[in-house]
Write a protein that binds this ligand. Structure first.
Ligand code: DAT
Ligand code: MG
Length: 151
């Protein structure tokens, strides 16, 4: 059982709509461990690096405008299976296709305003946390309730 880390981000629409607490709460209640958290105005260069794999796509300029249009909430979460599980909690990229019960399924209607990001692999989890957080911003701790979540 491999402990993984994933980068989760409340996008500017989620912050503006007051969904930060709701979104954090879903990961907290599930039982994952928060290891990094900050409100942050993303510079254009960082947004472009984060989404570099999508550079050739027609929507890339709009995506960069969207992500830099206001503060985001950056989070690092840790746990066994956290990468795939977080993607399930988030739901499909297109919120109209996302299942009810998921964050996007419950809280969003359009791909271009899909309120939250989650890393798509353990490798990208590490890459994105290193990209968005400085050394010293990640906090290692032992939750007192750990043994009530995992035997
Ligand atoms: P996800 O965020 O579900 O991992 P992705 O990595 O394929 O999806 O794309 C990153 C973001 O880019 C996505 O959250 C919203 C935007 N995006 C993706 N496909 C799009 C499209 N066809 N039109 C507009 N925006 C798109
Ligand atoms: Mg993605």
């Amino acid at each position: 059982e491999q402990v993984e880390e994933t980068y989760i981000m409340v996008k500017p629409d989620g912050v503006q709509r007051g969904l930060v607490g709701e979104i954090i709460s879903r990961f907290e209640k599930k039982g994952f461990k928060l290891t990094g958290l900050k409100l942050f105005q993303c510079p254009k260069e960082l947004a472009e690096e984060h989404y570099k794999d999508l550079k050739a796509r027609p929507f890339f300029p709009k995506l960069i405008n969207y992500i830099t249009s206001g503060p985001v909430v950056c989070m690092a979460w840790e746990g066994v299976g956290v990468v795939a599980s977080a993607r399930k909690l988030i739901g499909s990229t297109d919120p109209l296709q996302a299942e009810p019960g998921t964050i996007r399924g419950d809280l969003a209607v359009q791909t271009g305003r899909n309120v939250v990001h989650g890393s798509d692999s353990p490798e990208n989890g590490k890459r994105e946390i290193a990209l968005w957080f400085k050394e010293g911003e990640i906090c290692q701790w032992t939750p007192a309730l750990a043994s009530w979540f995992r035997e």
